[in-house]
Design a protein around this ligand. Structure first.
Ligand code: NAD
Ligand code: UDP
Length: 337
């Protein structure tokens, strides 16, 4: 299939493009490179053996997106575009609603105009309400506590309304848990700019010597070792989940919602230990206060995706750390090195 991949030069999108090509699809990347390097396209080509078509452009540019969908014979869209830092979204809510919500509206409108009926959307586990009932199933209550989370939930509501109004559309929201890891070739990985928010990239930078030590945000949570527990998922398993979702969407109009997670929780200390094993030395850390807004523990119930998509994770926490370390140690400064 010809597949438009918005945000396809980003962390998850680039891995997904490599897997799409490997499966015989033809991804077309639309990315404004606000959070990606041009070199990513070369790296996808080296990994996959085929250069994806690509265009620098903004998903909010209605004329551009409509022309692309029409002229490139696009049959389905995977929509990765989004700003994704929770803290930044509190400071800059309008930028988040503009990019994440308005960008999705422009894309959906262009799809309607051009008769492209299949969309796979990057949602997030952050749409679930705080709860002690684990694991989280797709029918658990939703609510959001940040503009970022609300932007994802708003788009899910738009998809539900559109699926009800237009019985020809097949709209899938994939709720990612914590994507980590890198392509085992060492050629694709996460290359964050600006302040680091997430645990795995921070650990990788400590391991490679770009940071002195990790601050563990709280060790007094009601979890087995007191540190936060999350459901980490290898980015290639996540990418494979998109392929499974596309196959499922074919000929199945309506709204489809799936968790993409492993179903297993790991603590911050467990991740530090696993990364230490991968890089061959103990990583230094200190205990710091809790981070505002963090929950103690949550993980996915991935049973629906396994049942309906025939998909489940195949890669372990040790592989997530080993592949991150391979990428980080061979590219200490990301795509610039
Ligand atoms: P990313 O920032 O690496 O990728 C997003 C890509 O979109 C970047 O390449 C960026 O340049 C591009 N982009 C941003 N705004 C654009 C615009 N208006 N027009 C065209 N291109 C634009 O992020 P990622 O980690 O790959 O995440 C992809 C999606 O998954 C996002 O929607 C994010 O909210 C969602 N998600 C990510 C995580 C995570 O932990 N990484 C977790 C849950 C959900
Ligand atoms: N975390 C931490 N130190 C950091 C970054 C994160 O202890 O420098 C913890 C955080 O409190 C949470 C877990 O690691 O328990 C995962 O955090 P991340 O920001 O990666 O993902 P999210 O909060 O979105 O689940």
């Amino acid at each position: 299939m010809n597949i438009l991949v918005t945000g396809g030069a980003g962390y998850i999108g680039s891995h997904c493009c490599a897997q799409l090509i490997a499966a015989g699809h033809r991804p077309f990347i639309l990315d404004n490179f606000s959070n990606a390097k041009l070199a990513v396209v070369d790296h996808i080509e080296r990994v996959a053996g085929t250069r994806p078509r690509w265009l620098r452009g903004d998903v909010r540019d209605a004329a551009l997106v409509t022309a692309l969908l029409r002229d490139e014979g696009i049959e389905a869209v995977i929509h990765f575009v989004g700003l994704k830092a929770v803290g930044e979204s509190v400071q800059q809510p309008l930028a988040y609603y503009d990019n994440n919500v308005q960008g999705s509206l422009v894309l959906l409108q262009a799809m309607r105009e051009t008769g492209v009926r299949t969309l796979v959307f990057s949602s997030s586990a952050t749409v679930y309400s705080a709860s002690d009932r684990m694991p989280l199933r797709e029918d658990a209550p939703t609510s959001a506590t940040s503009p970022y989370g609300r932007s994802k939930l708003m788009v899910e509501h738009v998809l539900a309304d559109l699926a009800a109004a237009d019985p020809a559309m097949s709209l899938t929201a994939l709720r990612y848990f914590n994507p980590v890891g890198a392509h085992p070739s060492g050629l694709l990985g996460e290359d964050p700019e600006g302040p680091l928010n997430n645990l795995m990239p921070f650990l990788a930078q400590v391991a490679v010597g770009r940071r002195n030590q990790l601050a563990v945000f709280g060790n007094d949570y009601p979890t087995p070792d007191g540190t936060g527990v999350r459901d980490y998922i290898h980015v290639l398993d996540l990418a494979d989940g998109h392929l499974a979702a596309l196959n499922h969407a074919h000929g199945r109009p309506g709204l489809h919602v799936f968790n993409l997670g492993s179903g297993q929780g790991h603590s911050v200390l467990a991740l530090i230990a696993a990364f230490g094993q991968a890089c061959g030395r103990e990583l230094p850390y200190t205990i710091a206060p809790r981070r505002a807004g963090d929950l103690a523990a949550y993980w996915a119930d991935p049973a629906k995706a396994e049942r309906m998509l025939g998909w489940r994770v195949r890669r372990s926490l040790a592989e997530m750390c080993a592949d991150t370390w391979h990428w980080q140690s061979t590219h200490p400064n990301g795509y610039s090195s």
